[in-house]
Design a protein around this ligand. Structure first.
Ligand SMILES: *[C@@H]1O[C@H](CO)[C@@H](O)[C@H](O)[C@H]1NC(C)=O
Length: 158
């Protein structure tokens, strides 16, 4: 019993020691930039959690070093999507969007993004073998309004 207690104490002490050393920060690898075309949507006004809007994503383009066909430099096309983001009482917009990326080599990647503008985290889903690596990663993006929509730069966090 006493021995058990001692090893618990030793464990707690080493955990405290580890907490004092700054952990290594993750690094970011650039994936792509995207322009989302977003026509006027539907404003729901004040709902219990803030001001809600349904903002369609009707298209757009994207390009990046890891998201093009080996033989092509044409940008990929953004497919259909929706951002049902919320603006809180302090005016902070929290995007909550899902849309498709159609690569130039005929793969489709679903993008799910959530965040607090301008910071967004992104997950991907695809049935493509070529882009299957995206199913297991976490993306980080910063976004800004651009003429007719929103432009985002996307990185892989690793
Ligand atoms: C986004 O739009 C800007 C301005 O028109 C353009 O310069 C840029 O190349 C576009 N980016 C992509 C990824 O389509």
């Amino acid at each position: 019993m006493a021995k058990h207690l001692l090893s618990l104490l030793a464990l707690a002490a080493s955990a405290t020691h580890q907490a004092l050393a700054a952990p290594t920060p993750p690094s970011l690898t650039y994936l792509y930039s995207v322009n989302l075309t977003m026509p006027a949507g539907t404003e729901l006004g004040q709902v219990p959690y803030g001001s809600r809007a349904l903002l369609p994503i009707s298209g757009g383009t994207f390009s990046g070093p890891k998201l093009i066909a080996d033989t092509s430099t044409k940008p990929g096309k953004v497919g259909i999507g929706l951002d049902w983001g919320l603006t809180d009482s302090k005016g902070i917009f929290s995007p909550d969007a899902v849309y498709a990326l159609h690569t130039d080599d005929d793969s489709t990647i679903m993008v799910t993004e959530k965040g607090h503008a301008p910071h967004v985290h992104i997950l991907f889903e695809t049935s493509s073998d070529k882009y299957a690596w995206m199913n297991g990663i976490v993306g980080y993006a910063t976004g800004a309004p651009y003429e007719g929509g929103v432009a985002l730069d996307v990185w892989q966090v690793s």
